[in-house]
Design a binder for this molecule. Sequence first.
Ligand SMILES: [Zn+2]
Length: 81
Amino acid sequence: MVGENLDLSSDSQEVPGSMSAGGASVRRRYVGIHFACCDIYSRIYINRAGTAYLGHCPRCSRRVELKIGPGGTDSRFFTVW
Ligand SMILES: [Zn+2]
């Protein structure tokens, strides 16, 4: 039994890596977050400067900031405590 691959896209048509050709609006990047405080899965979106992912817990509004390093991150999913 394999238990990983938590579904981040159940309500989304976004495809990671897809490019919108010539569009003025750039689709914002996001990562999946497990908010351990409330045991909830949600997403947080990249900030305008592209330096961090910012968001908050949908239940308790705990703030989350994930700074993006110089090399970026390949991870698409994080847990916050
Ligand atoms: Zn919470």
